[in-house]
Write a protein that binds this ligand. Sequence first.
Ligand SMILES: [Zn+2]
Length: 374
Amino acid sequence: MRRTKRRRLDPARLDGAAFAPPGPRQSVAQQARFETVPFHTTEEEPRELNLKHLLPGSTTPGEGPVLLIGGTSVRADIFSPPTEDTLPEFLARAGYDVWILNWRASIDFAPSEYHLDDAAVYDHPAAVRTVLERTGAETLKAVVHCQGSTSFMMSIVSGLLPEVTTVVSNSVALHPQLTSLSFLKLPLAVATFGKVMPYFNPQWGLHAPGFWPKVFDWAVRATHHECNNAVCKHSSFTYGSSFPTLWSHENLDEATHEWIKGEFGFVPVTFFAQMAECAAAGHLVTMGNYPDVLPSDLFAQAPQTDARFAFMTGDQNNTFLPSGMAKTFDYFERIAPGRHVFQQMHGYGHLDVFLGRHAARDVFPFILDELNRG
Ligand SMILES: [Zn+2]
């Protein structure tokens, strides 16, 4: 069993690299719609994480709880851009009790080095348990995105989330496939820059503390000319090789493009190192730190879950290729033909399926339908 030595964080190494982003946040009115529900993980040194719970409005949440989980380098607020309508509000109006997880990758917390395995073993099971305790429900449904999705998939196929009945997974699930340029760039970045800095941080576009962040910022400025938003461009550079990588500018309104500046922050090299291994293998690879609960080979046994899956992705996704999502769907389809769904969103990319100006028209109804199908 391969074991990864866990590095202890030396604050001196951070050199400000992991500072939390300033910039625009949710409006006061939006913030007032959510209560924060803290909970602890069960690891040896328990972590305090939290859930943002959308307070019920005029609609009674008769459809039960739904748990939303975003990616790395962001926070729960990523589902609440300043668009006319957001997914949490959309689902709440349809009768769902909406909970959004700040897992250990959230930039609302102090920076830490982690692997997807940590979230799979500790964060997601504890979050599900907390929602069920608070609501009195016996099961819940989930909408998971990007690395919130990969880590959730690790957890659910390993049998750690038996209470989850329906999962809508966006962009990437069990088979991360990168564009050929990103495929080359990712291990190179880990082997070079990753040796001198423990984090990448799109906030370096606004403030680059120290020599290496300045070098990184120089590289972004030299290669990215697609817009005037430094955090947008750094996010594109950090997460791929497109212009931009995570969305198409046509799909974002001006306010959301500006809002992004405050919503992307530190992400540890430990995560990128694992993702490079996954991309090379063509499927998720665990780090082998939890052999009793997380199998080193996630595909050695059938998925340990009765959940139904709806896999979705933008057909213009430059972060993770739609062919990877198709592969995960095929895997589940072979096990239970006709039970699961795969949908590509025409004209959308990685994250604009949630942030896009027309996402409420083009994407949210699909998510709602799939949740309602059970
Ligand atoms: Zn931009």
